[in-house]
Design a protein around this ligand. Structure first.
Ligand code: ATP
Ligand code: MG
Length: 470
């Protein structure tokens, strides 16, 4: 199954099982000034999970477009993208563990057709100090499903990632972890404020035996290791408890919040540990290969960055964001300019966006009609951003080279100049400096922010002066 087929199969299955399929929320959250982007399927539905009645009922499902600018540093690895889709289903006081876990299992093994032997899971180990029991209920459901499929279902108690790294999962199908398998809005059971809901979650991983475990991330592999063999493909949160002054009490209304990455499930379905090989990303990579005349295998990180960033920027433009110097617009600018910088390195000197944006748009036209509707605007917005950055890119790079030659420590003031004169997002200049091995002041970020502040004060003063002269 390709990624588009997986998305529609998931939504059809959920509809068959009595869920209302709701449209995705835009990437810029409505009425929520606390966060720049929609970063999960749960985020737009939080108030319903906290008790408000949803107009579409108690069973909901969607595919939510997400943007996690906090994952920008992770882009380049084989499984993180800043933009991705999260398949989600919710029970608002309706079904619970005994329906959710078999439903997800059915989707993975019967609908997508994943090999049950390659599926590994985690459950909550319990918190004796807070009187919260171990989630054996979920573990027992998993055991039954694995056993029926003829797969061994051994259990291991690992508690933390660190301990897991020391001892490994020893092949155990079901691993118990503590805080890693606890969901609340504010961390583990100890740090949650009284009144807040929380609960155990159960994560599902796909195992890639063809990947060699990277011991830089710990001696032995286990579900929650970053060593590369296990990729998290979905997570079911069971909102089961509320913290009270007397401790944890079972909630009168139990909710399920499930979210699973479409790209990762699609990667599992083609047995690829690299998400960029899926049908929603590979055509973008191929176009980059064509434009640059070089191959993915030798330029993996650069091509991943370009593909991811442009895809994210396209969806931001579809949702009405334009590149600017603040908030969502700034993140969009960072994505576009960083992609252009990487493309420049691969020898693509011009028209990256004109040529790449239509490829991205084509991939999403069927699933998201708004992509087709806004196609021309999106191309225009992104082309304009490329034109403006291309004008100064070469000069900025020469300035960086010059700075490097002086051997002097790069300061926030230098970075400010690169940003103000050449339009280099500060994070991009810092990244350049690091790759070029240039020494930087410890406080470059604070120094840079200080320069921005000073510039703002200067422009305010001149506006005031202008007002009195008029
Ligand atoms: P990871 O530990 O791999 O970063 P996460 O714990 O941040 O994942 P969740 O917040 O539980 O992930 O999100 C639910 C699902 O969304 C994950 O199981 C994964 O399949 C997917 N997902 C999360 N972050 C990304 C990302 N940056 N790119 C692609 N898929 C992602
Ligand atoms: Mg993450």
């Amino acid at each position: 199954m390709d990624a588009n087929e997986i998305r529609s199969a998931y939504l059809s299955l959920m509809a068959e099982r009595g869920h209302t399929v709701i449209p995705r929320a835009p990437l810029v959250p409505k009425d929520d000034p606390t966060t720049l982007f929609t970063g999960s399927g749960m985020q737009p539905l939080l108030k319903y999970l906290l008790g408000a009645e949803h107009p579409s009922g108690k069973r909901l499902a969607d595919s939510q477009t997400c943007l996690r600018s906090q994952d920008i540093e992770e882009v380049g690895d084989n499984r993180h993208t800043t933009f991705f889709e999260m398949l989600g289903n919710w029970s608002l006081g309706d079904y619970f563990k005994s329906e959710q876990i078999p439903l997800f299992w059915h989707f993975l093994t019967e609908v997508v057709g994943l090999d049950p032997n390659r599926i590994y899971v985690t459950v909550f180990s319990g918190d004796p100090a807070n009187g919260i029991p171990r989630d054996d209920e979920s573990a027992d459901i998993w055991t039954e499903l694995f056993t029926k499929a003829g797969v061994s279902a051994d259990r291991v108690v690992l508690l933390t990632e660190e301990h897991g790294n020391e001892v490994g999962n020893q092949g155990a199908r079901i691993a118990y972890y503590s805080d890693k398998n606890w969901w609340s809005r504010s961390g583990g059971p100890d740090t949650m404020p009284v009144g807040d809901p929380g609960g155990p979650d159960s994560e599902v991983f796909y195992y890639f035996p063809q990947v060699e475990h990277d011991t830089a991330f710990g001696k032995y592999p286990h579900q929650n290791s970053d060593g590369g063999q296990y990729m998290e493909i979905g997570n079911s949160v069971f909102m089961q408890y509320a913290k009270t002054v007397e401790g944890f009490a079972e909630l009168p209304k139990l909710n399920v919040d499930y979210g699973g990455g479409l790209e990762r499930i699609a990667a599992a379905s083609i047995d690829s540990p690299d998400v960029y090989r899926i049908s929603l990303l590979w055509p973008i990579v191929q176009k980059i290969e064509e434009l640059s005349g070089v191959g993915y295998d030798d330029n993996t990180v650069a091509m991943r960055v370009i593909a991811d960033h442009i895809r994210g920027a396209v969806f931001l433009a579809v949702d009405g964001v334009v590149p600017s110097n603040k908030e969502q617009g700034y993140v969009m600018r960072r994505l576009v300019r960083r992609a252009i910088r990487f493309a420049h390195q691969l020898g693509v000197q011009d028209n990256l966006l004109t040529q790449l944006v239509p490829v991205v748009a084509d991939l999403y036209t069927e699933a998201y009609p708004e992509v087709a509707e806004r196609r021309e605007t999106v191309i225009a917005v992104l082309e304009k951003e490329e034109r403006s950055f291309r004008r100064t890119l070469g000069k900025g790079l020469r300035e960086l080279k010059r700075l490097g030659k002086t051997g002097e420590t790069v300061t926030g003031k230098d970075l400010f100049k690169l940003s103000d004169t050449f339009g280099f997002p500060v994070e991009l200049s810092a990244e350049e400096a690091v790759t070029r091995g240039m020494p930087m002041t410890v406080n470059w970020r604070a120094e840079f922010d200080g320069e921005i502040e000073a510039q703002r004060a200067r422009s305010q003063a001149s506006t005031k002066l202008g007002a009195t002269v008029d």
